[in-house]
Design a protein around this ligand. Structure first.
Ligand code: SF4
Length: 446
């Protein structure tokens, strides 16, 4: 077969790491990246976190089915959770060249293709979806580089067993499994050698890191080891956590953040709802009061940080009063970045059957109200940042200057730097000067 491949990744940072691994594995087997039109292998590393994401996967596959590729691959969360449904759908659509691969199988794509090429008239769609392991360690995905990214994502953990009532992830990703610390450190070393200066510690449920290892460990142990390693290079780096649950932000971790030379002032702490009644129905293990206390502690340490949160509107039974509680909590808190979701019923979860469901028009209204609040809070935050000097990682040179991401998660355009592509991924100190309409900052090197 011809060896051009194209990978499309949907969903989380963990999926992005896994796509890079698939790309490297294919590269070692003689494949090369190509456009979708010319590729003989089209891979969709899928996401089913919402109905919308699921529909997007089918839309992409339908579009790809019209291209001349030899194989289409549906990999990841869609296959892991809905293999049977995906098979029936592909048959109905007349898609004759589809491979449906689970999480473990997608990592062995080159071997699977080799076998397939040797099989006399294989039966499509080919379904290869195994059970996910129930305990760690997590499979090793050592990457040499993180192509087309200016920041390197380091996968340290997979899986979750919290079973929040709306969330399909425990069914698609399985039980929590940790990457052993020595391999995390090895990965960071490889990325440092490849020239990266920002590392994003990534997992499905980061706070679960280490609990399945023997001896049992905690996320703080891993972060301290990373801090020690980074210190040994005698350079400046950014160390960012992708997301952390509020209950996992204990005193030890806050003390570590305070003393760390590398942790950046950006924290993403899922909120989901500001109503204690809804939080309970969601199966979250904190109250609005507890959330606010921790957030305030962090804000006292990092007054210029971006504090982000996932927030869901329209969870079954959510009343106007429940929503008001969410709205007020966000209004009166240091939160200044929101990832707003509309409730999406996911098969197999507890919330699937919960009633009454909120009227879709009402959900839209609540979504829009939060979006407006987000813009207002973000503007206020940015106004406060004017004139400050921050460290930022350079992402892409453009006609507006170098696009960059500040330590405190502000998108910037840095003026006055050369276009040299080798600057990509490097850290620079800049002064925040002017806010644009898109809520970015025009900035200048200092
Ligand atoms: S903690 Fe809850 S929301 Fe997060 S991945 Fe686990 S089940 Fe899903």
């Amino acid at each position: 077969m011809k060896k051009g491949f194209f990978i499309k990744t949907l969903g989380c940072k963990v999926n992005q790491v896994e796509s890079v691994f698939i790309g490297e594995a294919l590269g070692s087997a003689g494949f090369f990246p190509s456009s979708p039109e010319e590729a003989s292998l089209l891979i969709l590393n899928s996401c089913v976190v919402t109905e919308k994401a699921e529909a997007e996967c089918r839309k992409i596959l339908k579009k790809w089915a019209k291209l001349p590729a030899r194989y289409l691959v549906l990999a990841g969360c869609y296959s892991q959770r809905f293999a049977k449904e995906a098979k029936a759908w592909a048959e109905k659509q007349g898609i004759k060249n589809l491979l449906i691969l689970g999480h473990q199988e997608k990592l062995k794509l080159p071997e699977i293709l080799k076998k397939l090429e040797q099989t006399h008239s294989p039966k499509f769609p080919v379904v290869m979806v195994g059970k996910l392991p129930e305990k760690g360690p997590c499979e090793v995905l050592l990457l040499k580089s993180f192509p087309s990214h200016s920041r390197a994502f380091v996968k340290v953990q997979d899986g979750c067993n919290r079973f929040c009532s709306y969330c399909i992830v425990p069914f698609t990703r399985g039980a929590p499994r940790s990457v052993p610390p020595e391999l995390v450190l090895k990965q960071i070393e490889l990325f440092v050698q490849a020239g990266y200066e920002e590392f994003v510690i990534t997992g499905i449920h980061l706070g679960k890191w280490g609990k399945d290892l023997s001896p049992r460990q905690k996320l703080i142990n891993l972060l301290e080891a990373i801090e020690k390693l980074l210190s040994s290079f005698k350079k400046t780096f950014h160390l960012r956590l992708s997301s952390i649950e509020v209950k996992e932000l204990d005193k030890e971790l806050l003390d570590f953040f305070k003393s760390s030379k590398f942790i950046v002032p950006h924290f993403h702490i899922p909120l989901q709802s500001g109503s204690n009644r809804i939080l309970k129905l969601m199966g979250r293990d904190y109250t609005r009061e507890e959330y606010l206390v921790i957030l305030k502690r962090l804000h006292d340490i990092f007054p210029s940080a971006t504090f982000g949160a996932d927030v869901m509107v329209g969870f079954p039974t959510e009343t106007e009063e429940d929503f008001e509680e969410t709205y007020k909590l966000i209004s009166n808190s240091p939160l200044n970045w929101l990832h707003i979701f509309s409730f999406s019923p996911r098969p197999g979860t507890k919330a699937w059957d919960m009633k009454p469901k909120v009227n879709p028009e009402e959900i839209k209204k609540r979504y829009q109200a939060l979006k407006r609040l987000f813009v207002k809070k973000r503007k206020e935050f940015l106004e406060n940042q004017k004139g400050k000097v921050v460290s930022a990682v350079l992402e892409k040179s453009s006609n507006k200057g170098w696009k960059a991401l500040s330590e405190n998660y502000i998108t910037l355009y840095v003026k006055g730097l050369p276009e040299n592509p080798e600057l990509k991924g490097k850290l620079v100190k800049v002064k925040l000067v002017e806010i644009t309409e898109e809520l970015h900052f025009i900035s200048y090197p200092v």
